[in-house]
Design a protein around this ligand. Structure first.
Ligand code: BG6
Length: 453
């Protein structure tokens, strides 16, 4: 049987605005929460990032050479909207990027919000303030009007579940569960409103959410561990996708929120809106699975991928069957097949993978090469499993690994590199910011060209 991927499969790669652009206060851009947060000691801030804002032509040419069929990026809300006003220079930058992509036959895939809430909105209460729902919808309306004819795939909110469950780790929110799930509810309503508006505008594309989805394994065959896995998955995964697809809260997640006193206030209008603004496809970010047992201890390590526990419900535990990356994230390619199948069998909507990849301390050799065979191994294994998922019957739109080019990690600096393209800078020293193609660049180029491994 041919191992080719379906015709038109979108082989892509991803980035997000604040992690690559830099130019944090140029051309009318206001600060976002990412510009104002406390940066962990020893890691860089996001002020220059990898200077994509000034090198966008060069970067898109490299994407072209890589052979990308699609490029998933995010739009910086505080670049496009400055103190509530439309910023023409900000829009100009994204117009240029989208035009460059299209000239090079690369499908633009746009996320409208990726962790970088404008700081002025944050100061007015951020997502906890109901008014943010309409402010977000107005911002999205501008994007749809400007780019709606050129962008065929939109994502509303990147990893809303990570913001709700591990906001302190990624620097987006540090509040109580009650406050976070009220914020989260407002985001869900905002997503529904924007989705409804998009549909009403009859634009020629599709819109969907982009949560971080990971199947949850039970630590043992003990019934209480199985139930723990069911609850963790409801809170971590299905809460977000049930609302996006079915327009209503998952019953297990809701029960859990009520039990811990964190259920949000929901109006009748909200309930109606959630039903009216459901998504066209599902974008997911996948890094690894989670394993949980019944809750047995009080201390929890909070990590955005795997550390989490709720008394009475579940406790994340290490899975000794899985290898770990040098940044201590489990590696589980078969879990990727499992997760894709789980999502598809629940929702029966096509899936676009918007992130998947390995963070590593790459080394630039004297010859200006990067021998990142570990990245090739990681991606190869995940692509094999994705291929198996397609054979299982899962409908896939495309695959956009994290990341197209090196970028600044959410909280572990530039040292934790993900890209196919190396950027010459360190935490403290911007050096020359030159771009170098890694071994994985040439490998992925072949995969794309052959439409198979
Ligand atoms: C996802 C985010 O959580 O994982 C990205 O959408 C992030 O923004 C990526 O960079 C990898 O996480 P980290 O913490 O290694 O940067």
């Amino acid at each position: 049987m041919s191992k080719q991927f379906p015709k038109g499969f979108l082989w892509g790669a991803s980035t997000s605005a604040y992690q690559v652009e830099g130019a944090w206060n140029e051309d009318g851009k206001g600060p976002s929460v990412q510009d104002m947060k406390d940066i962990p000691v020893g890691t860089t801030d996001f002020k220059t990032a990898v200077d994509h804002y000034h090198r966008v032509e060069e970067d898109v040419l490299l994407y072209k050479e890589l052979g990308l069929k699609a490029y998933r990026f995010s739009i910086s809300w505080s670049r496009v909207m400055s103190k509530g006003e439309k910023n023409p220079k900000g829009l100009e930058f994204y117009r240029k990027l989208i035009n460059l992509l299209k000239e090079n036959e690369i499908e633009p895939i746009v996320t409208v919000f990726h962790f970088d809430l404008p700081y002025d909105i944050h100061e007015k209460g951020g997502w906890e303030n109901r008014d943010t729902i309409q402010v977000f919808a107005d911002y999205c309306q501008i994007l749809f009007e400007e780019f709606g004819q050129d962008v065929k795939y939109w994502q509303t909110i990147n990893e809303q579940n990570v913001m709700a469950l591990a906001g302190s780790a990624i620097g987006t929110s540090n509040k109580s569960m009650k406050e976070k799930f009220q914020e989260n509810h407002h985001m869900l309503v905002a997503q529904a409103l924007v989705t409804k508006n998009y549909h009403n505008g009859h634009y020629p594309g599709k819109i969907g959410p982009a949560p971080n989805i990971a199947s949850v394994y039970a630590a043992s065959d003990k019934p209480e561990d199985q139930l723990a896995a069911l609850y963790m998955s409801a809170l971590r995964n299905w809460l977000f996708l049930d609302v996006a697809v079915y327009g209503k809260y998952n019953h297990n997640a809701w029960h859990l929120l009520e039990k811990i006193g964190a259920s949000p206030t929901i109006t009748v209008e909200d309930q109606e809106l959630l039903k009216e603004g459901t998504c066209d496809y599902i974008a997911i970010n996948y890094y690894n699975t989670m394993t949980v047992s019944a809750y047995y201890k009080k201390e929890n390590k909070i990590d955005q991928q795997s550390g989490f526990g709720i008394p009475g419900f579940f406790q994340s535990v290490e899975n000794n069957n899985l290898l770990m990356t040098e940044f201590d994230w489990p590696v589980d390619p078969e879990g990727f097949r499992f997760t894709l199948n789980e999502v598809y069998s629940r929702y029966r909507l096509p899936i676009l993978v918007t992130e998947n990849g390995i963070g590593a301390k790459d080394i630039l050799t004297a010859e200006r090469s990067v021998h990142d065979d570990y990245r090739i191994d990681y991606l190869k294994q995940h692509i094999e499993q994705m291929r198996s998922a397609i054979e299982d019957g899962v409908e896939m739109i495309g695959y956009c690994p994290w990341s197209a080019i090196d970028l600044i990690s959410t909280h572990e600096g530039i040292e934790k590199r993900y890209g196919f393209i190396y950027v010459n800078r360190s935490e403290e020293d911007l050096k020359d910011l030159s771009r170098y193609k890694k071994d994985s660049f040439y490998w992925y180029q072949k995969v794309i060209k052959n439409n198979q491994l």
